[in-house]
Design a protein around this ligand. Structure first.
Ligand code: NAI
Length: 272
């Protein structure tokens, strides 16, 4: 899909690790829609990943930033404005990590140092980013900021572990900071609650395959892919959604409003 919806718009995209990343697909879609941007990721991810390939393809500069470091964020926002020539129109926060999930620690036996680290990376980093953009007056009026979430913020999914609380916190930050960004700067702040997706972060969740299958059969339109999420994000960065803010927007093929699907019922053994 490519319409010049973002012609002349500029921004920052966090979180493109490899070609499966939601942020990678978003960078491609934003470039196809005429937007220009700076790509960023944590220094360690830049060493491991293939971001330079994406940068070349989308004509973007890459700036390293650990999203938990205010110093890195300040430097990133200054440099991005210098490179792109002024205030920003869009920012994507596509960052998530739980040490407890990575190390296979069960939810009933959490390590709290790991919990604090995951919370900082996955949730507080969004506040740090918003605060940096706000204080530096780095967003242009009618700009748009999007972060990625998951429905475990509202409902229980046993293997999602402490990421459930991180997502609930992330969504709350979008509403709380979105109020001030709207009032003072006319800037939108939203989260997209995306279907389960096969990415590096997604694969960290135990049993993702079975769960993808289940979600696919529960959703009337089927699971939303990373590329479809990218298109949705382009619409939220565009001028066609100027009054959408403080929302958690489900992009999940309808999953969030289905109690049970006939396919799931039919797949269960009957008592008769
Ligand atoms: P991914 O693994 O490709 O992206 C996660 C990114 O976070 C990576 O690029 C990683 O380097 C970055 N990151 C980790 N620590 C960081 C730090 N300290 N500073 C800066 N960046 C850091 O996986 P995916 O799935 O594309 O994840 C993107 C977002 O989408 C995350 O917020 C994730 O929770 C969310 N999401 C993913 C779903 C899935 O099933 N894959 C479903 C719903 C939401």
């Amino acid at each position: 899909m490519s319409h010049p919806l973002l012609a002349g718009k500029k921004g920052i995209i966090f979180g493109a690790l490899d070609s499966q990343s939601i942020a990678w697909k978003t960078a491609e879609a934003v470039a196809a829609a005429g937007g220009s941007f700076v790509l960023t990721n944590a220094p360690v991810a830049l060493r491991m990943g293939t971001i330079n390939e994406l940068a070349e393809k989308t004509n973007a500069k890459v700036i390293a930033a650990d999203a938990t470091s205010l110093e890195d964020l300040e430097n990133l926002v200054d440099q991005a404005q210098e490179i792109l020539g002024g205030q920003l129109d869009f920012v994507l926060h596509s960052i998530g990590m739980s040490v407890n999930v990575r190390k296979g620690r069960h939810y009933t036996d959490l390590n709290y140092d790991w919990l604090a680290k995951g919370w900082d990376v996955s949730a507080v980093s969004f506040h740090k980013l918003l605060q940096t953009l706000y204080k530096k007056d780095a967003m242009a009026p009618w700009g748009s900021i999007v972060a990625l979430s998951y429905i475990a913020a509202q409902r229980t999914f046993p293997n999602y572990n402490d990421m459930a609380e991180n997502k609930a916190y992330l969504e709350s930050i979008a509403r709380s900071f979105g109020y001030f960004f709207g009032k003072e700067k006319k800037v939108r702040v939203n989260t997209i609650s995306q279907s389960p997706t096969l990415t590096t972060a997604g694969k960290g969740v135990a049993g993702l395959d079975g769960f993808l299958n289940y979600a696919e059969r529960m959703s009337p339109l089927g699971n939303a892919t990373a590329a479809e999420c990218a298109d949705y994000t382009v619409s939220l960065f565009s001028d066609y959604t100027k009054k959408v803010t403080l929302q958690n927007l489900y992009h999940d093929g309808g999953f969030s409003n289905v109690g049970v699907s006939q396919e799931i019922i039919d797949s269960l053994p009957s008592d008769e």
